[in-house]
Write a protein that binds this ligand. Sequence first.
Ligand code: SF4
Ligand code: SF4
Ligand code: SF4
Length: 177
Amino acid sequence: MRYAMAVDTRKCVGCSDCVVACQTENNVPIGFCRDWITETVDGTYPNVEIELRSERCNHCDNSPCVRCCPTGASHIVEGGVVLVTHDECIGCGACIQSCPYDARYSHPDGYVDKCTFCMHRVEKGQKPACVDVCPTKCLYFGDLDDPNSDVSNALRNRKYKVLAPEAGTKPQIYFLT
Ligand code: SF4
Ligand code: SF4
Ligand code: SF4
């Protein structure tokens, strides 16, 4: 099993409903976020292309945040999902420094937090909160090893990219272009 997400950059309208849903579902404190919207502009006027992306932890296959964690709080569970055990985290911030995607934040309660792929929902057969709420249905989640999963179907017929492949982290959030 390999959980992953695909984000359709052609359908994302940057409404931030995914960000609000995540904050509500996961009690993310005000001023912090587990997911966010990035806008990139390519070209020069009048030939300008704008890309909107809903971004979050990439649940990397080769995750520096897990390698550098001195306590084992940052770890990988079944399905390749990268999690932080809050009561084992000493808040040293090594993982924050090591992440090329700036996907983690220091929680005011003294531990580091980030996207969990909403495993508490997935284990109950539900979709992640951000996927569930997206009004344009541009987020696809599932098991890459299942050819019939939403994410496998999304990747089958479209071109896609990952962010900062040169970092060598093998990210598992795929952006349909
Ligand atoms: Fe770690 Fe950052 Fe990759 Fe998430 S995106 S697994 S925090 S290196
Ligand atoms: Fe590990 Fe916590 Fe330090 Fe991050 S802040 S490296 S999770 S102990
Ligand atoms: Fe937030 Fe869950 Fe979406 Fe991750 S999968 S960004 S934790 S709502």
